[in-house]
Design a protein around this ligand. Structure first.
Ligand code: 8YV
Length: 317
């Protein structure tokens, strides 16, 4: 039986599924495995299950038997695809199962920033809520506003549906490829990036991280946005120039931001973003519900089994 190593503990049912097809070993300590320890663990291993470990030339040279890597994530920016091709490694990921959960979180960030939920929750709990405060507590509306989605993939579509049907928003999008079917079906408008940035009240970034999308949104893009606009990023931190975003938030070039991802994760405690009242920050929890993470882990388990044994099919990257 092929040997599979998982760099974190897996739910019991997933272990049981894997045990029927492969020999499973897992890292069960609370702290993250160090790179050198990982290289040791990968000796003799055929399949590796991970969530974000960098799969590059160095790792592959240290894992001579490796044939497949299954990431428990839809994003695979931690895969060096050239190195994996060179070593003939099959890479798999977990699309579809997390789309609704991430879309829910994006809507939560839109509402949380617009209605200042974390700030006002802290105020209420602090006991400082006074009569006559009401204007100080005002936010801005979400419903009926103009939403611009950058990146109209599977998750983008779920966000568009929620915005359209739940909040009666006017939804436009920018994408490498035009999605005419979706435009008709959901009543979306395609817009050039500059127009979308200039006209949207809410801007949601939902592109994968690639060489082309690194710092896709930077100082120039923030200048185009309206001072009343709210920017949301739940894709990857490096798609945004964080310094430029911080400046835009400080100078009032944009009204607020809702963030689930950062250039460096975990975010450094001294990062100036953490001191801004007009930013809602979350610790990269886009897909982090029990149901969805279990579904992702099961899909990743099926992926590694299929890649190594040919039983079933897998979602290759
Ligand atoms: C992952 C994500 O769960 O799937 C992705 O690409 O960003 C998250 O949903 C996270 O990367 C940890 O696995």
């Amino acid at each position: 039986r092929p040997i599979v190593f998982s760099d974190k503990p897996l739910p019991k049912e997933i272990q049981a599924y894997l045990a029927n097809h492969v020999k499973l070993t897992m890292w069960e300590e609370a702290h993250k495995l160090k790179r050198e320890q990982l290289f040791e663990k990968l000796q003799g291993v055929d399949g590796f299950m991970t969530s974000g470990e960098l799969i590059n030339e160095e790792l592959l040279q240290n894992a001579p038997n490796l044939r497949a890597v299954s990431t428990i994530s839809v994003g695979y920016d931690h895969f060096d695809l050239n190195a994996m091709r060179k070593h003939q490694i099959i890479g798999t990921h977990t699309p579809y199962v997390l789309d609704d959960t991430v879309a829910d979180l994006v809507l939560s960030l839109m509402l949380a920033t617009a209605r200042r939920i974390p700030e006002l929750d802290a105020l209420t709990k602090s006991g400082c809520w006074k009569k006559g405060d009401s204007r100080q507590l005002f936010g801005v509306d979400v419903h009926h506003k103009k939403l611009g989605i950058i990146g109209m993939g599977r998750i983008g579509e779920k966000i568009a549906k929620r915005a359209k049907y739940g909040f009666d928003m006017d939804v436009s999008y920018f994408n490498r490829k035009r999605k005419k079917g979706m435009e008709q079906q959901l009543g979306l408008h395609y817009e050039e990036l500059e127009v979308l940035l200039r006209e949207s009240d809410f801007i949601v970034l939902m592109v994968p991280l690639t060489n082309e999308t690194k710092h896709f949104i930077g100082a120039h893009e923030f200048t185009l946005m309206k001072p009343s606009s709210i920017f949301i990023n739940a894709s990857r931190g490096q798609t945004v120039d964080e310094e430029a975003m911080t400046e835009a938030l400080l100078t009032g070039e944009i009204l607020a931001a809702g963030l689930d991802v950062y250039e460096q994760e975990p975010i450094h405690p001294t990062n100036p973003l953490l001191n801004l009242k007009n930013v809602v920050t979350l610790p990269h929890i886009g897909s982090a519900t029990s149901e969805t993470r279990d579904a992702m882990a099961m899909m990743a388990a099926k992926n590694i089994v299929a890649a190594l044994t040919g039983v079933g099919s897998c979602y290759k990257v």
